[in-house]
Design a protein around this ligand. Structure first.
Ligand SMILES: C[S@@+](CC[C@H](N)C(=O)[O-])C[C@H]1O[C@@H](n2cnc3c(N)ncnc32)[C@H](O)[C@@H]1O
Length: 271
């Protein structure tokens, strides 16, 4: 390993999390695009060694050639804490080894790097081990922002409420949140499709729900007749947007609208 030293101390490169959006390379921000071409070394996540990377494919579809020294980090899809701990430790140690060469690293992230993304955890572990490593997070378009746009859904306006949760919390929890939020975004909905659709049928919300798979990527699928999904095996990269137009709203304690109303009343009084 080639270590760059300054005053006898290792000079680490910066760790940059580049959000690439959910699939359409047109949604890569200018900042992420620039960093990908800055000479920083690319790191990208895969579920298994030698497997393709969804994040890397977004950059490739955008027309960028994958640098010869780009490297995959393996993040297995399991809940087994032992396997996960080992994989995380391996990924963090390798990241630190590369940062110690003094070159910046750009970690390719699907969607937004601050939203249910591997990057947050990787950056935290790296910083725990080497606090002086500088981390930059480049924000990006999340899957649900793109899914809302693709389905023509307004996620929230005025004083409406919005929640984004992994569907794995279960239908009882989702049932409860339907009463609390005007719009619910259910991520990681794959193993929960049948139960979720049955709940939406019971609650009369099938007509105001949409399912979106691989938004912006080849194979994108939008299904707004969600009842037709029952019994289907869907892709991991899928989500549901559920809207409850009947939600009973509480009183707003303080809101922008009230202030505007007061200003208008004052203006009317002085007129
Ligand atoms: C680990 S989270 C990643 C979220 C991502 N960082 C973001 O900003 O959207 C994975 C979940 O996000 C959703 N997701 C990510 N990419 C998607 C896509 N292209 N189309 C639909 N859903 C997607 C799915 O619910 C998937 O199970």
């Amino acid at each position: 390993m080639n270590l760059i030293k300054q005053d006898g101390k290792i000079k680490y490169g910066r760790l940059i999390g580049a959000s690439l959006g959910p699939g359409d390379p047109e949604l890569i921000t200018r900042r992420a695009w620039a960093v990908l071409q800055s000479g920083a070394r690319w790191l990208y996540p895969v579920k298994k060694a030698e497997e393709s990377s969804y994040a890397l494919a977004i950059a490739e579809r955008g027309g960028l050639a994958v640098p010869a020294d780009a490297e995959a980090l393996v993040f297995p899809m399991t809940r087994d804490p032992e396997i996960l701990d080992k994989a995380w430790a391996r990924a963090a140690v390798r990241t630190i080894e590369l940062l110690a060469e003094g070159r910046d690293l750009v970690f390719l992230v699907e969607g937004d790097a601050s939203t249910f993304a591997t990057f947050g955890h990787l950056a935290r572990v790296v910083r725990q081990l080497v606090p002086e490593v500088e981390v930059e997070t480049i924000p990006g378009v999340s899957s649900f922002a793109a899914a809302a746009a693709a389905t023509g859904t307004i996620l929230a306006e005025e004083d409406e409420t919005l929640a984004v949760i992994p569907a794995a919390y279960g239908v009882e929890f989702i049932d409860h949140l339907i009463d609390e939020f005007d719009t619910l975004v259910l991520l990681k909905v794959k193993p929960m499709i049948d139960e979720t659709v049955e709940l939406l049928e019971r609650r009369g919300l099938v007509a105001t729900s949409c399912f979106v798979e691989k938004v912006g990527a080849p194979g994108e699928r939008i299904v707004c007749d969600v009842a037709s999904l029952k019994g289907e095996k869907v892709n991991y990269l899928s989500l549901m947007i559920v809207q409850n137009p009947q939600r009973a709203r509480g009183e707003l304690r303080r809101g922008c609208r009230k202030r505007v109303e007061r200003k208008q009343v004052a203006a009317a009084e002085t007129a």
